[in-house]
Write a protein that binds this ligand. Structure first.
Ligand code: NAP
Length: 204
């Protein structure tokens, strides 16, 4: 358990296409382990690193995220990236939360370790590390050797975090829907019902 000093905010960044129990377990475990006061889920709007548009619109992804988190009083949804024009850069999001919450709040950006391994290529990466620490959630057996390529000062601000529930993946869920295979118990029932009602992921 990390010692508590001031307010601690988790920003859960991801595409969430769709959100699933792996993401929810990650956020809850990070909250517990890093003594976060709250976790704000930020579905990405237009990811700069993905040439193809996402299978689902930002609106659908934000709605599924809201349905998934609504029963947890420590979780909330931010539409900051969904509503922002242009590409979704983490630096803009983190800067905006830093301004909103003020200097007494410590920010932890939580996301998948695969994404963190690419962080050197993120827009204004140096400033990212001045504003936030990073929690890199790993799937079982994930190889973190790539982190050694990052500067030491950055590595000190990256906490890796093994989440067995991340064996669940959005890609697998989309494939299952397209193939007519059950997705039950991989994500909240409310999200499953939304996917069925809106006919999402039927075509890959
Ligand atoms: P991604 O490449 O789609 O995902 C990488 C891996 O991490 C996938 O295995 C994914 O699993 C998992 N993952 C994604 N978000 C997660 C989360 N919050 N918790 C646990 N696992 C997670 O990555 P992405 O979702 O597009 O991007 C992740 C975050 O990094 C977003 O907030 C994005 O805006 C940010 N990012 C910023 C920049 C930039 O500022 N230039 C560049 C790249 C990424 P699932 O597929 O199952 O989710």
């Amino acid at each position: 358990m990390v010692e508590q000093q001031g307010r601690r905010l988790g920003i859960m960044g991801g595409t969430f296409d769709p959100i699933h129990y792996g993401h929810l377990v990650t956020a809850e475990a990070a909250r517990d382990c890093f003594a976060l006061d709250e976790v704000v889920f930020v579905p990405s709007g237009r990811p700069p690193h993905k040439s193809r548009s996402q299978p689902c619109s930002p609106e659908h992804r934000a709605m599924m995220t809201l349905l998934a988190i609504i029963t947890n009083p420590h979780f909330s949804l931010s539409r900051i990236e969904v509503d922002r024009e242009g590409y979704s850069y983490a630096i803009d999001t983190i800067r905006s939360f830093a301004e909103q919450y003020g200097p007494d709040t410590e920010i932890f950006f939580i996301t998948g370790a695969d994404a963190i391994l690419e962080i050197a290529g993120w827009y204004q990466a140096d400033e990212l590390f001045q504003l936030a620490s990073f929690i890199a959630a790993t799937r079982p057996g994930f190889d973190l050797q790539g982190l050694n390529r990052l500067p030491e000062a950055w590595r000190q601000r990256i906490h890796s975090f093994d989440v067995p529930a991340l064996a669940i993946s959005s890609t697998d869920i989309r494939r299952r829907v397209a193939q007519g295979v059950s997705i039950r118990y991989l994500l909240p029932e409310t999200v499953e019902n939304y996917i069925i009602k809106e006919g999402l992921y039927v075509r890959q």
